[in-house]
Write a protein that binds this ligand. Structure first.
Ligand code: SAM
Length: 177
């Protein structure tokens, strides 16, 4: 499986610890994060099955992945549609995209609560400028909401999109080709 926008590799390493017979690769375009992820995987003793490579979400290598995950990363990307399109192409025919994003309502007034206010603050200083600095510069923001996320996924060619689970802080969407 691939963990796209893996950052320091925390999620990749947790999955590699849990699923001993699977192979994992984490991709991020930030080289310093990838170096740290490799070190953390070695320290956790999972570096044989959890590899890390510097790559953008739109052109990461490999095909035939059973699972591709995006943990809190799609909304940070300048071209989330392009990233999702590449993921769709990289999945095995029966593969799945697991998308974890902040749990936001589709309308502004649904997010005027302590969690939503915190996410809007973080989004203003981190996520949105990060996206606007990249090509396409869509600027989804951390409070995109499920409806807008589904629009991005369907535009990228995914036909089945559903909310698989949620916590007070995150929604977990499943998307299939
Ligand atoms: C909020 S962090 C999440 C990191 C990690 N998934 C986690 O949950 O700890 C978002 C990550 O997306 C990465 N990112 C943003 N745009 C990207 C792009 N176009 N291609 C690859 N990685 C990207 C950033 O470098 C950052 O590591």
């Amino acid at each position: 499986m691939a963990d796209v926008g893996c950052g320091l590799g925390a999620s990749t390493i947790i999955m590699a610890e849990a699923f001993e017979r699977s192979s994992f690769v984490g991709f991020d375009f930030h080289d310093v994060s990838i170096e740290a992820a490799r070190k953390a995987a070695a320290e956790a003793g999972v570096n044989q099955r959890a590899k890390f490579e510097v790559a953008s979400a739109k052109d990461f290598p490999g095909n035939g992945y059973d699972l591709v995950c995006l943990f809190d990363a799609l909304h940070d990307m300048g071209d989330p549609v392009g990233a999702a399109r590449r993921i769709r192409q990289a999945l095995a025919p029966d593969g799945t995209l697991l998308l974890v994003e902040p749990n936001a309502g589709d309308a502004l007034e649904q997010n005027l609560n302590p969690v939503g206010r915190t996410y809007y603050g973080l989004s203003t200083v981190i996520c949105t400028p990060g996206s606007l600095a990249q090509e396409v510069a869509l600027g989804l923001g951390a409070q995109a909401g499920e409806r807008q996320l589904a629009v991005v996924l369907r535009e990228a060619g995914f036909t089945h999109v559903r909310r698989a689970a949620e916590t007070p802080f995150n929604i977990i969407l499943e998307a299939r080709p």
